[in-house]
Design a protein around this ligand. Structure first.
Ligand code: ADP
Ligand code: MG
Ligand code: MG
Length: 903
């Protein structure tokens, strides 16, 4: 006997915590039902059934019987059968996955209508002309949605037929169409189905329903859904649930309608009445821009009772979910119905403001507020904004709605394809459309910002842009957008054609011609210390409170990757607790290249000595500056890492130069060419670099160690508190490290004797080769600290040369799902992460007080920071600008209780 699996849940059986199984929509419909809110009855088919279907191509055994049972119960409760000729039960079949994917998947309304039940529907609705109209309108919507979603026909086929009908009637409003028009349209639509799908529209209600359920399952793998998931990093194997929900009708007349609402402004977080309402309309009409919606506040005048009830429900939902909710509702002849709610998407700024507002309202604590925002959102708040003072010099074309904040400058483009094309060439583009739909997704991803002339803050463009953190101005109605001609006309007749540069301000809604200069965001001014929290606006205050709590809770320290005093100073202002990686190779560029050439060309010990002696004072000055900027905090200096030929002229260029000069070639050039040839490597990443260089070019590492020690002594004599840590790169065996270490200890002793100042310096290594990780127990004998160089560790673990692979085939790998996100962006926990765990554990077994950190770019990546917390590292190190992000994520990791037993 196969064991019983429950695939169908009545709305009364679920709750909001069952999102994995029931999808977000189903779980929240159940939650609202159980809260006693007016939700039309229905049931949910689980994501598990969907996964089975996607895997096997057939629905699981038992699903049909369970649907029969639930449907019978629903029919019993409603007192009518699905599609019953004289009084039909109609249902919607709605997709709804674990993570909301707005507009990505499909929904079919009015299932159960056919040539017989359409008359029953009209009769029950009142039997008058308006009811006739309503019934035929509902029927044609069913065929349209069914044709598009279930039968896979082009939506335009139906749209064009509707447009033609309107044109023939001499109107552009659907409201001017009557029952006869819609009856005719039904006939036309059926003809379209027959011609293009090669089958008749199914009259059998149950067949309609079953086919729609499968279509919703299939929509999980629609191209745009796949693209959206990749963009939002949603796993590809979750599947969608399907909600079967009895219909309520907003298209029954002017006392009916449909709307969307937020419990707070998703752009600013302010409490108030935010939403759009459309009378005599159904489903998507309100966001599709078929007619102009009215602001939700106007509902008070249209239908005060429903309005008051809606406000009360919104308050109930906010208090229950303790967060901003968004809502879909329908009013059927004065009766309010709730069709959807979820914790709503919001802008980054709103996320911070709402979190602290909820704290002040006593709904959540400050700790929880920290978990309600993300490092990604904080990073967004640090992007520059347009300079208000100087925007006056640019031509303001118009003002639209400030749908998603940020400042975006780019060339206007009018199609998703064009946007992708130009963006691939490295151009900044702004996607301009009348309105967007899910087919525009690729273009929205590629563009710096999105501008539309229609639709409100709940339009597709606005919702999707906010989700992606992309700048968006929508509903700029004064713009006449001609997508076909590739241009738009602004008031006053200014024409902007494809390729013209425009600037859009998602914070104010302004659209400018040309490039507007940008300034720091106030959040950056705050981190810089130029703006005190008390002087800042609500956002700055919210960031300050949340950061303070994150700092208090986090176990990880945060350091910076910084190579010069300026970066070090900024990092410190941003909260860095030291430098985790100071690379020394930049210090050999520019004028100093010549000195490196001398070192490479040196043939005798004396020549080599002279070359190093020339470099040493310069290095000493470099280090002294950094110690000063980081006074009192640890500074990890990595000895020179890249192969020396990186500092020499290019092989081809030099060969040509020498060849062209022939007999008269500069002898220095000849010697250089010889050296370049000698040092040329097939695989520089795996060649003579790091510790290998230190062991082969005698005196090079010693010179650097001496410069560090002397700079530290000098700072100490000047009253400073330098804390140097010397880091040896690319170690694979403890013997390599021991050799360098012994030499370094000798130098430190000598400097101490010469200067009379004892500055303790730790000596440690980078762990960036799998062998180093696997022999960490031995390496820790000679290392006082490990710093995981996860850029190289990722390269060497995967056998990827980053520069070669990223452009060549990572796109394909992401498509294939080899990884969901590049391992260079987010640390690969299973592989690279495992090596880190081994190294941390075995290293600490040898040396319990071994200091552990990470200095790859992953140190500023939110997910990787959480990993570092879990593994029990002491610190993460990242670029100065990412430091606040790392601080916040470290706090969130600690609050999420991602335990570490090794700390
Ligand atoms: P999406 O996830 O794209 O929002 P939905 O499943 O929420 O799709 O449905 C699309 C539209 O149809 C929404 O406006 C929704 O409110 C409306 N709708 C869905 N089910 C019903 C129903 N039973 N009665 C009336 N309207 C419905
Ligand atoms: Mg919806
Ligand atoms: Mg490295």
């Amino acid at each position: 006997m196969p064991k019983y699996v429950k695939y169908v849940y009545d709305f009364t059986e679920g709750n909001k915590d069952l999102k994995e199984l029931l999808g977000g929509k189903g779980a929240n419909l159940a939650e609202m039902t159980n809260l006693g809110l007016p939700v039309p009855p229905g049931f949910t088919i689980t994501t598990e059934a969907c996964r089975h279907y996607l895997e096997h191509g057939t629905v699981p055994e038992g699903l049909r019987t369970q649907v029969d049972e639930r449907l019978a119960a629903l029919e019993g409760r409603m007192g009518k059968r699905l599609g019953q000729a004289d009084d039909p039960l109609l249902v919607s079949v709605r997709s709804g996955a674990r993570f909301s994917m707005p507009g990505m998947m499909e929904t079919v309304l009015n299932i159960g209508l056919n040539d017989a039940s359409v008359h029953g529907l009209a009769a029950v609705a009142g039997g008058d002309a308006a009811s006739e109209r309503f019934a035929w309108d509902s029927y044609r919507r069913l065929i349209q949605m069914f044709g598009k979603t279930v039968l896979g026909l082009e939506g335009d086929l139906f749209e064009d037929a509707l447009d033609t009908l309107k044109r023939d009637k001499g109107t552009d409003s659907d409201l001017a169409l009557d029952a006869d028009d819609f009856r005719a349209l039904v006939a036309t639509y059926k003809g379209i189905v027959r011609e293009h799908a090669g089958r008749d529209f199914p009259e059998d209600p149950r067949e309609q329903m079953d086919l729609a359920v499968k279509a919703v399952f299939d929509s999980w793998n629609a191209d745009r859904a796949i693209l959206y998931r990749r963009q939002e990093r949603i796993p590809a194997d979750l599947g969608t649930a399907v909600n079967v929900c009895s219909m309520v009708f907003g298209n029954l007349g002017m006392d009916s309608g449909t709307g969307v609402a937020f419990t707070r402004d998703p752009a600013s977080g302010r409490q108030g009445i935010y939403g759009d309402y459309l009378q005599n309309a159904q489903g998507e009409d309100v966001v599709a821009g078929i007619r102009n919606t009215v602001p939700l506040a106007d509902l008070e005048k249209i239908d005060k009772r429903s309005y008051d009830e809606l406000l009360a429900i919104m308050e109930t939902l906010e208090n229950h979910y303790r967060d901003l909710c968004d809502i879909e509702f329908t009013i059927e002849r004065g009766k309010l119905w709730m069709l959807q709610t979820r914790v709503g998407k919001r802008t980054a700024a709103a996320a911070f403001c709402i979190a602290t507002q909820l704290v002040d309202q006593g709904l959540i604590g400050l700790d929880e507020a920290v978990t309600r925002v993300t490092g990604g959102q904080l990073a967004q708040l640090m992007f520059p904004r347009f300079d208000d003072a100087r925007s006056g010099d640019s031509t303001l074309l118009t003002k639209g709605m400030n749908a998603s904040p940020g400042a975006a400058v780019g060339k206007a483009v009018f199609s998703s394809e064009r946007a992708t094309e130009l963006a691939e060439k490295g151009e900044d583009v702004i996607l301009v459309r009348r309105e967007t739909n899910p087919d525009d997704l690729a273009g929205m991803v590629a563009a710096r910002g999105v501008l539309t002339s229609r639709g409100g803050k709940t339009s597709h463009a606005a919702v999707v842009a906010r989700g992606m953190g992309k700048t968006c101005v929508c509903g700029a109605e004064e713009l006449d957008v001609d997508v076909r001609a590739g241009r738009f006309t602004a008031p006053g007749g200014v024409v902007v054609a494809e390729g013209d540069v425009i600037s859009i301000d998602g914070t104010s809604g302004a659209v400018y011609l040309g490039e507007v200069p940008v300034v720091n965001s106030p959040v950056v001014d705050y981190f810089e210390g130029d703006l005190a929290a008390a002087e800042g606006d609500e956002l700055v205050k919210a960031v300050d409170r949340i950061m303070a709590c994150a700092d208090e809770k986090r176990a990880l320290r945060v350091r910076a990757n910084a190579d010069n005093p300026e970066d070090a100073a900024r990092a410190r202002r941003f909260g860095a607790q030291g430098i985790g990686l100071c690379r020394t190779e930049h210090m050999f560029l520019g004028d100093r290249r010549r000195l490196v050439e001398n070192l490479v060309l040196a043939e005798t010990d004396a020549e080599r000595r002279a070359a190093l002696d020339a470099l040493e004072p310069l290095q000493r000055r470099d280090f002294a500056g950094i110690f000063e900027a980081m006074d009192g905090l640890p500074v990890t200096i990595r000895l020179i890492d890249p192969p020396l030929h990186e500092f020499l002229p290019d092989l081809t260029e030099l060969s040509v130069k020498v060849a062209v000069a022939g007999e008269n070639a500069d002898p220095q050039d000849r010697r250089l060419l010889e050296a370049v040839r000698r040092l040329h490597e097939q695989n520089p990443m795996l060649g003579l670099r790091g510790v290998r260089l230190g062991l082969v070019i005698s005196g090079l590492f010693s010179m650097q160690v001496r410069a560090i020690a002397e700079a530290a002594a000098e700072r100490r004599l000047a009253g400073g508190d330098p804390r140097p840590e010397i880091m040896i790169p690319l170690v694979g065996a403890v013997q390599e490290l021991e050799a360098v270490r012994e030499d370094a200890l000798g130098i430190l002793e000598r400097v101490k004797a010469d200067t009379g100042v004892d500055v303790p310096a730790m000596i440690g290594t980078m762990i960036e080769l799998p062998r180093a990780a696997l022999t960490a127990g031995q390496i820790a004998e000679a290392a006082e600290f490990f710093s995981f160089g996860t850029n190289d560790l990722t390269q060497t673990t995967w056998g990827f040369s980053r520069d070669d692979v990223e452009a060549a085939f990572f796109g394909r790998y992401l498509e294939l799902g080899v990884f969901g996100v590049s391992p260079f962006e987010t640390l690969d926990r299973d592989g690279v992460g495992r090596l880190i765990r081994i190294a941390a554990e075995e290293g600490r077994r040898t040396r319990p007080d071994l200091k552990l950190g990470i200095c790859g770019e992953h140190g500023g990546d939110p997910d990787s920071v959480h990993f570092c917390h879990e593994v029990g590292l002491d610190y993460v190190s990242c670029s100065p600008f990412r430091i606040p992000v790392a601080r916040l994520e470290a706090g969130r990791a600690a609050l999420a209780g991602e335990g570490s037993d090794s700390r």
